[in-house]
Design a protein around this ligand. Structure first.
Ligand code: CMX
Length: 134
């Protein structure tokens, strides 16, 4: 498996509009895209920093993954996503062989039309981990 860079850092927020204003006004970044991922029950906003994005995540339904996270932990870093270069399925098979708990055994479509898969935080030292491939 070859990981090339951190593709994005996912941050759970209560209000996408307020969080976009915070990043734009206070940190001088520019939101370049807003997208709803219906299947994940989230609305996302993206900022680019070099090769890495910040992905703000607002829940569209309280029982979705971000809604549950906000209720339990409040706003903050939700997941870390690594870009994989030589085949996402191969990387997933490798991780499963190493005993990690895959939340997605096969790649699926995520925001920005990336192929994505999640690994359970209980098997990755408490960090919800995502692998992505273009
Ligand atoms: N980071 C670290 N730990 C987390 C976590 C996170 N983001 N989300 C949940 N947990 C922990 C909880 O604290 C809880 O721990 P305890 O058992 O010690 O209390 C445990 O995981 C179970 O949490 P839960 O609230 O009962 O939630 P679920 O088990 O129903 O779901 C998870 C947790 C990670 C399996 C689920 O959120 C998931 O499948 N996530 C992947 C999909 C996703 O997050 N999508 C949103 C982003 C989409 C995108 O980027 O486009």
């Amino acid at each position: 498996m070859k990981i090339s860079h951190i593709e994005h850092i996912g941050i759970a927020v209560k209000s996408l509009q307020e969080a976009i204003s915070f990043y734009e006004n206070l940190l001088g970044l520019k939101c370049y895209a807003i997208e709803e991922v219906v299947e994940q029950k989230v609305k996302t906003a993206f900022f680019m920093l070099g090769q890495t994005k910040i992905e703000l995540l607002e829940s569209t339904e309280p029982e979705g993954p971000i809604g549950k996270f906000l209720e339990k932990k409040g706003e903050g870093i939700h997941h870390l996503a690594f870009a994989v270069e030589d085949g996402l399925q191969t990387a997933l098979n490798e991780m499963a062989d190493k005993g990690l708990q895959l939340l997605d055994k096969m790649p699926r479509k995520g925001a920005e039309n990336l192929n994505i898969a999640f690994i359970h935080p209980k098997s990755t030292l408490g960090v919800l981990t995502e692998l992505c491939e273009k």
